[in-house]
Design a protein. Sequence first.
Length: 161
Amino acid sequence: MDTGPRGRKDTRLIKEKRNDAYKCKDKLPDFAHCANCGATFVGGRWTWAAPDPAKTKVICPACQRCADNFPAGYVEMKGDFFDKHRAEIISLSRNIENQEREPHPMERIMAIHEAEDHTLLTTTGVHLARRIGDALAQSFKGTYAFHYADGEQKIRVYWER
């Protein structure tokens, strides 16, 4: 057993503090709302509650990610099956987004980029990208893998069939 530089035998892992640039550093007042999408900050989380026009206007983390074009999730889809069923698969992805967006306003599809050999879908959150990948694998089978990076602040999902 490696005891480290000072003979320490403690084998617990020390977790690094996550550094998410899109997480609010200061606590927002209740009923602050996003000037772009209308999401409202209530009780420490973003919701779709009706905004109070007299309260603070801010830009929510999801809208800021979109403006900066800085996705948290990437879903790469490719293969002959995907090419033949592209519309159905994109529709499934949009349906997952709609289900996720109601309880979690910060989870959104940012863009869908068509390339010659694959399609890349980007999201504002890691959970939506993972959920889309899970749905593709469950509904259409195929090869499915995912990889978290940057201390779980980014995810890259690969699906092919």
